[in-house]
Design a protein around this ligand. Sequence first.
Ligand code: ADP
Ligand code: MG
Length: 273
Amino acid sequence: ATSLPRPSERRIITVANQKGGVGKTTTTVNLAAALAVQGLTVLVVDLDPQGNASTALGVPHYSGVASSYEVLLGEVKAADAVQQSPHSERLFCIPATIDLAGAEIELVSMVARENRLKNALTVAALGDRDYDYIIIDCPPSLGLLTVNALVAAKEVLIPIQCEYYALEGVGQLLRNIELVQSHLNPELHVSTVLLTMYDGRTKLADQVAAEVRSHFGDAVLRSVIPRSVKVSEAPGYGMTVLDYDPGSRGAMSYLDAGRELAARGHHKNQGNE
Ligand code: ADP
Ligand code: MG
């Protein structure tokens, strides 16, 4: 496999969109796998109580496993909750268990409730492993878990499904990002938009793609993720599509998206921003 440029500093990317079913989790795990297979070391933080990212990465996440819940609460050091994905030497995950479902409410009364993930993901708390990327998978809401992810990251990646009402709710997400930016995390920005579940046979998909590109401009990756049965089957085997069917169009498109993402980060670090 080719190897991608390492970013000059660790990139932390939050994958957010409060709409469910748009491809947040699928994008998180497959992009992470695409970066890892091309030589980078990647940590996925599963912040959705459903634990779908943990499942897709083949990482146990039954109640009782050290998880993002204990990390947020400060009960477990991040490094002690990290598990290696069985399919890759460079892909790691802090899983989510169902315990996280209560965190949204438990966090409300906590000190520095919006900063807990950020404080938990310091270089020291992550231990010796040199992660190039940390990718955070959010639940489908704009509650405290998502706010924690937005405070912990510098970049937001918004997956947008090429379907009716694709941009519905995106305005609200952007307003929340602005709020976090102005009050909690001035460096936060939408660095990346990825079009998912693209069906080239439909006019609608092209219309949505054009609308998203005119709205977000250069943030939109040129790579587009096609709708593909392989992509949707892979998590059922505890795999990313890169392991499940490496030659498939879905795998290829995530590899392309990973290359683009890495190239952009590299570019930026060379002084274009
Ligand atoms: P979210 O995390 O935003 O709720 P998911 O990533 O779980 O969304 O995706 C929702 C559903 O769509 C899942 O069943 C997933 O397998 C499926 N899916 C996601 N991306 C694709 C794709 N490119 N092709 C086919 N199915 C997809
Ligand atoms: Mg999800």
